[in-house]
Design a protein around this ligand. Structure first.
Ligand code: ADP
Ligand code: MG
Length: 711
């Protein structure tokens, strides 16, 4: 009790922070249920529990207007008679009511005795319910009724809300409509100052928004559909706008106050590599992004940049050139990949590109042997190693740099925010961070989930790439598909055959893969054909060997699970078959497909499925066949699955909007973002009279969302 008092005084002494048990009509028992079932703890929480829909009881309809097409109706009529009819389960009470336009029947199967006693012939009632027709006569079964009084002649003054509820709450008389009684009594007791305005007056005017107080009244108990729409729009906008404002302020604060190492010069290493060892001309997009990164790292504040570029867009080269900039300025850098295969590949590729440069590159993964590891750690600590490439093994505390200036994370969605933060601590001044991902994030999602990061996009593929042709084939065409693979192999190409990880148990997955492998072998017998197999249960050396045999073209076919998904580069591979393709999500299919189409040859992706697949799966396959554009695919993915499920954004907490939906309400999000930006640019500390409300609101909310967690 004592603690609760202190809490309410020191935190926020408004009526809305009162515990829900103190709301009239709740009490301790129902309060417990509300907390457990709906997460409603305070008065404010119940105000933020918004209606699912509304029932229109504002109008009283003439009985004659009720047609078989009517849904819920409200009529006012006088009871002319009531009779019991039927036997046993068919037993029912039927009353007839009449208004000046016609007659209708009211029917009860339950509570008959009580209804019969209370229903008075000759009395006029206001009757509400779902209209039906029986023998040509309109009727309502189990209507809601109340005695009709003249002041109710126009029906209720508002649309009646129906709230989300649960079975358990219904059992405690807190069903979808009963919750409205609580909300109604709470709203009736509030003053305008209990829900103070938080948006600048000019917004309200510009958008024609109702005040905050008004919006809360109207979203729960709207006097018309129009009022409801205005209220919900305002509250959605508020939600999106406040989120954008927060993100913008966090980003600004970081830009202002985060100290970063300064890479002031483009030096000898960068220049000589650029002019003598670069194997191709950079694309325009690569140049632009590199420029953005260079500017960022030269300013004296820490870079936190997200680099998005579709599979094959050439992010690795951007990473390498950025690391050369670090080296030119006397700093070490590291590149962290999500899998050993990929780390190895980066190491091989970068080492050979840098073979004529005076730079030392090292590889550190979970399978680096103890002796080698000791050497690397020592060389790292004394600054002999310039570029360290590896897996999450880089994050271990034992890995100490001499002066880490730049950390690059490849395929970001596999790394959590905390892991990123662990990199910051590896240098006195936190290193610049570049996060690279080939999982395109729709713009709307990026704006909300990563709104505090700076953001670069490579939106151009290197020249000469042919688009991958993607087709969907059914299981029964397997032999034809295998024939096609054979014809490609006979032309000197290679093929991937990917199996899904689907079962609960790894054992079943492995069995599934083994069966698939045997099956492929039957089509492609040794010694004419050789097959590599890679899966997650193999020892790293085995995996590596098998992979390497495919890379060096000792094998023509790679049978694997999705471990191959990220980053692996075998330009000679021109076919990818994805088995049980219906089991994969869109972004994963796109990632997998990105393993082919990396060379000069025309490439193909074949999605194999059975004939029994869901409509949603069909939609995914159709999308894959229709486009190679990762951003289009990402938008489709968002549309099909909703924002909650998109990889990498789930934990961000920035998508848990109560009302707004970033897909449906994209136009509001755009507006909110723009306005937030304008405000931050003009008045970054929210000092002006106009922005005071915002500042107060953000400060009052601060406790609810730890700001530090968002970065
Ligand atoms: P991703 O963005 O998927 O990581 P990579 O960096 O692996 O792509 O690049 C894919 C392939 O394209 C590599 O073989 C790389 O050498 C090549 N590449 C990258 N940039 C260019 C370019 N500007 N011109 C030609 N080829 C390029
Ligand atoms: Mg890559």
């Amino acid at each position: 009790m004592f603690a609760a008092n202190i809490f309410s005084i020191s935190f926020d002494a408004t009526i809305l922070s009162s515990p829900i048990e103190f709301l009239k009509g709740v009490g301790p028992l129902r309060a417990d249920m509300l907390k457990k079932e709906l997460g409603i703890f305070t008065f404010k929480d119940i105000l933020d529990h918004f209606p699912l829909r509304h029932i229109d009881k504002t109008k009283v309809n003439p009985i004659s207007s009720v047609t078989p097409a009517s849904d819920y109706v409200q009529v006012a009529g006088t009871v002319t008679n009531s009779v019991l009819m039927g036997e046993n389960r068919g037993r029912r009470l039927v009353a007839t009511i009449k208004d000046s336009s016609g007659e209708m029947e009211l029917v009860w199967f339950q509570g008959i005795n009580w209804i019969q006693k209370s229903l008075q012939v000759g009395q006029t009632y206001l009757v509400y319910g779902k209209a039906g027709f029986f023998n040509g006569m309109p009727q309502i079964t189990h209507p809601e009724m109340e005695v009709f009084t003249p002041e109710k002649s126009g029906g209720k003054a508002f649309l009646e809300p129906v709230y989300p509820s649960t079975e358990k709450l219904k059992a405690k008389s807190l069903g979808g409509r009963q919750i409205g009684k609580l909300t109604f009594s709470l709203l009736s007791s509030l003053k305008e100052s209990d829900l103070p305005e938080n948006l600048p007056a000019s917004f309200l005017q510009h958008y024609g928004f109702p005040s905050r107080f008004n919006a809360y009244q109207q979203i729960h108990f709207p006097s018309s559909d129009k009022q409801y729409r205005q209220a919900i729009n305002r509250l959605k906008f508020e939600e999106l706008f406040i989120a954008q404002l927060r993100l913008g302020l966090i980003r600004l604060e970081r830009h202002r106050y985060s100290k970063g190492v300064i890479f002031s010069q483009v030096g000898e290493l960068f220049n000589s590599f650029y002019h003598h060892h670069l194997p191709f001309e950079l694309t325009g997009a690569q140049k632009r992004v590199l420029k953005e990164i260079r500017q960022d790292m030269g300013q004296g504040r820490q870079m936190n940049r997200l680099l998005q570029g579709d599979v094959g867009s050439g992010k690795t080269m951007v990473a390498l050139l950025s690391m050369l900039l670090a080296a030119d300025n006397g700093f070490q850098s590291c590149l962290m990949a999500p899998t050993e295969i990929l780390a190895n590949q980066h190491f091989q590729g970068i080492s050979s590109l840098l073979s004529e440069m005076p730079l030392k590159v090292a590889l550190l993964t979970g399978s680096t042997r103890a002796a080698g590891r000791r050497k690397i750690l020592a060389a790292l600590a004394n600054g002999d190693i310039h570029l360290l490439i590896g897996t999450h093994a880089l994050l271990e505390d034992k890995v100490q740099f001499n002066n880490l200036g730049l950390a690059i994370i490849d395929e970001q969605h596999r790394f959590g925010v905390e892991q990123r933060a662990r990199l910051w601590k590896k240098a006195a001044i936190p290193p610049h961070i570049l996060v690279m991902t080939a999982t395109p994030i729709p713009r709307t999602l990026a704006m909300t989930a990563y709104g505090d990061l700076d953001y670069s996009i490579i939106d151009e593929l290197p020249p000469g790439r042919q688009p991958i042709t993607t087709v969907h084939r059914y299981e029964y065409a397997r032999a034809t598909v295998m024939d096609f693979i054979r014809s490609e192999i006979d032309k000197g190409r290679q093929a991937y055959i990917i199996f899904p990880l689907i079962e609960e148990s790894e054992k079943l997955d492995l069995e599934n893969l083994m069966r698939g492998y045997e099956n492929v072998k039957a089509f492609f017998p040794e010694p004419k054909y050789w097959i590599s197999m890679v899966h997650g249960k193999q020892a790293p050396e085995v995996k590596e060997t098998n992979m390497q045999r495919f890379v060096s073209h000792d094998t023509q076919i790679m049978v694997s699970t999705t471990v191959i998904e990220v980053g692996v580069n075998v330009p000679n591979a021109s076919v990818m078959v994805i088995e049980s393709a219906e089991k994969f999500g869109l972004s994963q299919l796109h990632q997998l497909r990105g393993r082919v189409g990396r060379g000069a040859e025309k490439s193909f992706c074949i999605l194999l499925t059975g004939t029994q697949i869901t409509n949603e799966a069909r939609e995914r396959l159709k999308t894959m066949c229709a486009t190679n554009d990762g951003f289009v695919i990402a938008e489709k993915d968002l549309e099909l699955r909703g924002p909650g499920d998109i990889e990498g954004t789930r934990q961000s907490g920035m998508l848990n909007f109560k009302l707004a939906d970033i897909v449906q309400d994209k136009h509001l999000l755009d507006a909110a973002k723009q306005v937030a930006q304008t405000i931050i640019e003009a008045d970054p500390t929210l000092q002006s009279e106009e922005n005071k409300r915002l500042k107060n609101f953000l400060q009052a909310q601060k406790g609810k969302l730890a700001w530090s967690k968002i970065s």
